[in-house]
Ligand binder design. Structure first.
Ligand code: NAP
Length: 498
């Protein structure tokens, strides 16, 4: 501050007003840059706090809030940094108009989206994150065009283009598959691994060309090659993935979008981008590995197997399917009334029907009737990790009643009634006994072992993987057709009328 005061005073006393303005402005800029670094550090602290709080359901909202504050601070820091300052009013218009438009669209979209549409939205966000990093890297390439930049910056720029490209197209394909708008069902890509291997090899050559010849024609060819090849690789990598493996690949794409942002931070010289990108990348990778373990999949088999290559069991053999047996609400009530031990197995259909509050009511009346009630939650039930936990926590189901499949399965044969509410893939026994099934090897909730199984669904729709479920035709299974919320509410009414 004293330097600022001295130069300002000297300029004022010599009546050199122009020098006064020039010197003090440049000094102010240097103070601003120091202030920006402090703001970046504050933003990083908020990001770290946010991610810590996101680890638990009850603090997750706070985690989101802290992360938003961190992002707000980071954006403010960029706006007052000297790079934007030097650009003058045009730079401010070019920065603020898209930020305002993006924030407005994001706000409306997030307000409008249904809980069941969240995974699609997350997939799109991952894709936009990858696209943003890709565009930043391409704009840096244009800025450095014809210049010999240091090899590390050139390498990180190439990696940003590659990873951002895969995250963008891969996430768009994942969004299309999840929403049923693109590549519905299983898709097979003959020689998938060979195609992906060739694409990867050629793309890496492109990155090396730019790294070692950033100012020359080879470098430019390298960047063009890297861009198109890795955009294509995102498509070929994700297009064949489906069924139980979809959440794992979404989490992986999330990690990639974080890594792309982290790499983009190096050529830009922006530490907050490096830190926040690393946080997203690392947490996404950890979640991917946890989900792979929960799904009994190796990470490499997920990327390299061709999901659409096989058809399962009876469907593949063209075998005759048994018809499921339906049961009325009144008869189902009589069985439930006598039950001493009931397990709810929720799935995507419970989210569609928004049946969680009705399920809590049924659970309460069953307990009043002297019945032990538990919930068996599969790690990928619904359409995003933790989907069922969030819905049941919203309905105030006690945390102790929420059991994982691993905790519940050893006791399944002692359960009087397993109530499958809008779940399908996560209770499909083909995952255990049909080696040709794409679900084979994926852990399930062993609903088929319960004495009686109620399956609540609207009709004969398949689950996310599009695979038939032999559980529905088992002798101990009965179907209660209808919207899950209405069915459960009617069962509660039966208890109330008793
Ligand atoms: P699911 O296999 O998708 O089955 C949902 C079932 O709910 C359908 O069979 C449908 O049958 C029924 N349903 C839909 N609306 C209903 C309503 N209003 N009332 C009653 N039933 C209704 O669900 P899941 O067992 O939860 O398995 C999740 C699947 O999604 C897995 O394959 C998983 O890999 C995948 N996935 C999960 C995530 C994640 O992170 N959790 C992300 C992406 C994909 P009807 O049409 O006959 O009613």
């Amino acid at each position: 501050m004293s330097a600022l005061f001295n130069t300002s005073l000297a300029a004022f006393l010599t009546s050199d007003y122009f020098a006064f303005l020039k010197i003090s402005t440049s000094t102010i800029r240097s103070y601003l840059n120091t202030f920006c670094v402090l703001l970046y550090m504050t933003a990083c602290i908020f990001f770290i706090l946010g991610i810590k709080k996101l680890g638990k359901t009850d603090t997750a909202r706070k985690g989101n809030f802290y992360s938003s504050i961190g992002m707000g601070i980071a954006v403010f820091a960029v706006l007052i940094s000297s790079e934007v300052w030097y650009g003058g009013i045009i730079a401010y218009i070019l920065a603020i108009v898209p930020i305002a438009a993006g924030s407005f669209i994001g706000y409306l979209w997030a307000k409008k989206v249904e809980m069941t549409g969240m995974p699609e939205l997350v997939a799109l966000f991952n894709g936009f994150g990858g696209l943003a990093s890709l565009l930043v890297a391409l704009s840096q390439f244009c800025c450095f065009y014809g210049l010999n930049i240091d090899k590390f910056s050139a390498l990180t720029l190439g990696l940003t283009i590659a990873i951002g490209g895969i995250a963008f197209t891969g996430s768009i394909i994942a969004w299309g598959k999840l929403s049923g708008k693109l590549f519905k069902g299983t898709v097979s890509l003959p020689n998938k691994n060979l195609i992906n291997g060739i694409l990867c090899g050629v793309g890496l050559v492109g990155i090396l060309l730019y790294t070692f010849d950033s100012e020359g024609a080879f470098g430019t060819v390298g960047v063009v090659l890297t861009t198109f090849i890795f955009l294509a690789l995102g498509v070929t990598m994700v297009i064949t993935i489906g069924g139980g493996d979809m959440p794992v690949i979404i989490s992986f794409l999330n990690a990639l979008s974080g890594l792309a942002a982290a790499f983009a931070g190096f050529p830009l010289g922006n530490p907050v981008l490096v830190v926040s990108g690393c946080l997203v990348g690392a947490s996404g990778l950890i979640l991917t590995l946890i989900m792979c373990k929960a799904m009994n999949r190796s990470f490499f088999s997920l990327l390299f197997k061709d999901f659409g290559a096989k058809k399962s069991g009876a469907a593949a053999a063209g075998g005759v399917q048994k018809e499921p047996r339906a049961m009325s609400i009144e008869d189902a009530y009589l069985i439930l009334e006598a039950a001493k031990n009931v397990v709810f197995i929720p799935g995507y259909g419970m989210a569609v029907a928004q049946a969680q509050h009705a399920v809590k009511e049924l659970s309460d009346v069953l307990e009043e009737n002297g019945c032990e009630v538990n919930f068996a939650i599969h790690p990928v039930a619904g359409r995003m990790p933790g989907h069922m936990n969030v819905l049941l926590a919203e309905a105030n189901v006690p945390y102790e009643q929420l059991k994982t499949s691993d905790e519940m399965n050893p006791h399944m044969s002692e359960v009087d009634v397993a109530i499958v509410i809008g779940a399908n893939d996560v209770v499909n026994p083909a995952a255990i006994n049909d080696e040709s099934s794409p679900l084979y090897g994926m852990p399930i909730v062993n609903a088929f072992e319960a004495r009686t199984v109620f399956v609540l669904k609207r009709g004969k729709g398949t689950g996310f993987s599009g695979i038939e479920n032999p559980l529905f035709t088992n002798d101990n299974t009965v179907m209660i057709y209808g919207d899950a919320k209405q069915t459960v509410s009617q069962l509660v009414v039966e208890f109330d009328n008793d």
